[in-house]
Each structure stands twice: as C-alpha cells, then as structure tokens.
Design a protein around this ligand. Structure first.
Ligand SMILES: Cc1ncc(COP(=O)(O)O)c(C=O)c1O
Length: 457
C-alpha cells in the first residue's frame, strides 16, 4: 500500500465547489411521480391543502415537478459549511481485503453529530419553518438519526422540536434520545397514549414495539392540534429527496474532477431519501440518454417494500391520517419485525424512487440482517469507520458486486452511499457479536395481511 495513488483516499471538495442549487430530478423524469392525494376527497393535494400539514415553501417544493434547479438559500448553505462538503472515499483498504479488481468509492455522510445524511434536509425544513414564523415542528424518528438531525437544526434556529420515536428504538437507543434532549427536543416513545392515533394503535396492537408508520400518525396529529406548528418528515417526500441531492451533486463534482465514472451506484433504501439524493444527477443523465449506470436500491429482507411490495396508492402512516402516496408499499398496517436497521423499517417508499423502479430505470435487492452485519464488521475493521446498520445494507451489496468482479476479472467502478455511523447501534452490534442475531423474513401470509390494508381507490 506504499505506492502513491493517483486518486487520493479522500476527495474533499473546497467549500466554493459545493452546490448552490438543489437538483430536482422530477424535472427530467418522463413519467412523473404520481401526486399525493387528499385522504378525504382522494383528489390530488393542492398547495393550500398541503400547507395545512407542511410549511408553505416545502409544500411548493413538494408540488414542483418542473424546476430543475432550486437555489439553496444562503443561510442553509452556511449551515452546510459546518459539516460539508463530505468526503468521497476510495475504499483502497476494502479493495485490498477483498482482493478485487473493482474500484470502490463511498460518499461518507456520517461526519456530523447527528451521524447521518438526515441533517441535509433537517436544516432546510427547519429554515423554511422559521422563515414562515412558526413556533415549532413535530416529527417521527425510527433509528433516531432523523430526530437528532432535526433537533440540531431546530436548536440552531431556535424552534421547538417534538419527536415521536419508534418505541423499540427509544428503548434500544437511550443515548440517541439523550442527544435529542440535549439539543432541546421533547422525545416521546411511539405509540404513546398522548394522541388519538397512538391510543388507537395501542388498542389494536397491544404491546407493539411501534413502527415509523405509527410514529408519523402521532406526529401529524400533534402538529395539527398545536397552533403555529407544522409536521416535517425525514424521508419519502419529494422535497426531502430534493434536499438530499447535495449528496449526489457533490459526488458527481468530485468524480468529474478525477475523470471517474461509476458503473454501479448503490444506496440503502428506507423511505428512499439518501438513495434518491445520491443517484439524482446520475439518474438525470441516464434519463436524458447521456450516460448509462446500473443503480441499485438495497432494503432489508424483513421489510421488502420494493422487492415484494405492491405499487399502489397507500397512506404514509398507520393511522391513515396522512395524504396518500403512490408508492411501493407493504400496506400501511404492516409492522416489520423489530430488526435493528430502524431507519429501514418503513412500509412504503418514496414516490420518485417507486416510479423509477417501476419504469425499470433502477434495480432493487433485499438482504438479510446477519449478512449485513458481517459486511459492517469487515468494513469497520478495514476502513476504520463504524457504519450504521442502515448504511451497511449498501456496503453488503457493494461488497457482493466487488466479489463478483473478482470472479469475472472485471474492473468495475462501484459507488455506494455510506449514510451514517453506528455508534448508537451497539445493542445490535452486541447481538451480532454474541451470535444472537436472527434473520426475520415475513412469509407471504404476513405480507397479504399488510396488503389487505392498502385502500382500494
Ligand atoms: C444512517 C441512515 N441511513 C439510511 C436511512 C434510511 O433513510 P432514507 O431511505 O430516507 O435514506 C436512515 C434512516 O433513518 C438512516 O438513519
């Protein structure tokens, strides 16, 4: 490893090379994602209706399928400068360990206190809430990364922040909860007895460990019942993918500087925001017919919305209070087993990602938890970064691709998104280290029970 590499281990952009506008992939999509529907009228949501749930500017971004570049306000760019540009890393050590001719790169988004990419959208959403003169925001959090990111953004802008945290994570990750409280957020385990939605879910599923779908219902209700509050969401929505395009834009700039062209681009998929953000400029080129890339979304076998779900209009939450989105879904009442990649335990998928997948522009694979942790452990030992379980889904598939190259001798360039760090996931790592980790794959019967909850339009 002594020889000088032409491509550095880490490609750091300069601050002045950071994007000044988000890229809106929808502007280039031939088949646009289907619009959100009003849960009452079942008609496409208009700006005025969306504004009752979301901040005004964010509602406008949600509906904008035409503007390709949306300027990033200077205040947000200044906040980004606290932790961006994020490095694009050449995984030389992993390549050597795997003895693969493949060239592996990852975009590392874990270099901030929230420990993940979620801060990219959190600051944008908090900024627009503040600009509108709101008092505060409510949200859900699964693994805790989104809640932490939003707490940080709200603390910075002096907004109140109320987080409904999926109960299993609340219990497994007490330190995540404390980080949020340190940044001034109120954190409630979900389902809780505090909201009607929470009480209804507890009645129907007593003893449930919760899900993102449940926590969303509670957070939406909490915002609607408080003057000067709006609900914000950390994934799934078009606006969130838009904000996350900074990941892909920076990656593309860094790669272009060194003449690197990825053959395969891989991202984990919970609600689809990091994946959508990472792939957006590359997918834009693919749709415009300028380049071709293989693009792969990776999900847990325990919550396989893309690979085994239905493409249909469904509620984004379990309590059926949110707008309906057309997406790959396991049904709004599907509650995945409490596997540890909390951020990937969501029944649906971003409408943008769903449409791209439906149109055959990208692939999806599902992977089992123990294989994911095996990849995470190897990655930590050779690359030094302790990855989040969610991110490790992408590592697993990147390693599988690299090992395939070893067999075929192909020198493919593989790019994946390393969305975050796993310091707060030690209960999961402990299970893996003790050999107590199990793989939970839902049977067809269980999936059918979930599908039965998809509304018939
Ligand atoms: C580290 C990390 N990666 C990935 C995800 C998945 O979310 P998304 O699909 O929106 O990127 C999460 C969600 O909590 C996360 O915390």
């Amino acid at each position: 490893m002594a020889e000088e590499k032409k491509i550095p281990y880490k490609i750091y952009l300069e601050e002045k090379e950071m994007p000044t506008a988000w890229y809106n992939l929808r502007a280039d999509m031939k088949n646009k994602p289907a619009p959100l529907l009003n849960p009452g009228t079942r008609k496409p949501m208009k700006q005025e209706e969306l504004e009752q749930v979301f901040c005004r500017e964010l509602a406008a971004q949600e509906l904008d399928d035409e503007t390709a570049y949306i300027p990033i306000p200077e205040e947000i760019r200044n906040f980004y400068r606290m932790y961006r540009p994020s490095p694009l890393v050449r995984a030389y050590c992993l390549e050597e360990k795997l003895q693969t001719p493949a060239k592996i790169y990852y975009k590392f988004e874990g270099n901030n206190t929230s420990g993940s990419h979620k801060l990219n959208s959190a600051i944008a959403q908090a900024y627009y809430a503040k600009k509108q003169g709101l008092k505060g925001v409510t949200t859900e959090t699964g693994a805790g990364q989104w809640g932490t990111a939003l707490s940080m953004a709200c603390a910075y802008l002096e907004l109140d922040c109320r987080v409904y945290m999926v109960k299993v994570s609340y219990e497994q990750k007490p330190f995540r909860r404390e980080v949020m409280r340190t940044y001034g957020a109120t954190v409630t385990p979900s389902p809780s007895g505090e909201t009607e939605a929470g009480r209804a879910i507890l009645k129907k599923h007593p003893g449930t460990t919760g899900s993102l779908g449940c926590a969303i219902s509670e957070a939406v209700e909490a915002a609607a019942s408080r003057e000067g509050y709006r609900y914000v969401l950390g994934s799934v929505l078009n606006q969130v993918l838009l904000h996350q395009s900074v990941i892909g834009l920076e990656t593309k700039t860094a790669m272009d500087k060194y003449g690197i062209v990825p053959d395969v681009i891989i991202g984990c998929a919970g609600g689809g925001s990091n994946l959508g953000g990472l792939i957006s400029p590359f997918m834009g080129e693919k749709i415009r017919g300028e380049k071709d890339y293989r693009i792969i979304g990776v999900e847990p076998a325990s919550c396989p919305s893309l690979t085994r779900g239905r493409f249909a209009y469904d509620f984004c939450d379990t309590g059926m209070v949110t707008p309906l989105a057309k997406m790959y879904t396991l049904g709004n009442n599907f509650i995945p087993s409490p596997n540890h990649a909390g951020g990937l335990r969501y029944h649906g998928m971003s409408p943008v990602i769903s449409q791209l997948y439906h149109d055959g522009l990208m692939e999806a694979v599902s992977v089992e938890q123990s294989a994911v942790f095996e990849a995470a452990e190897l990655f930590a030992r050779v690359e030094g970064i302790l990855p989040a379980p969610e991110s490790s889904h992408a590592i697993r598939v990147a390693m599988d691709e690299a090992l395939r190259c070893k067999e075929t001798g192909e020198e493919k360039t593989i790019l994946f998104g390393l969305t975050g760090t796993g310091y707060f996931d030690m209960v999961a790592y402990e299970k893996y280290n003790d050999g107590r980790m199990t793989d939970e794959i839902p049977g067809q019967e269980e999936l059918e029970r979930g599908f039965a909850t998809i509304p018939r339009l």
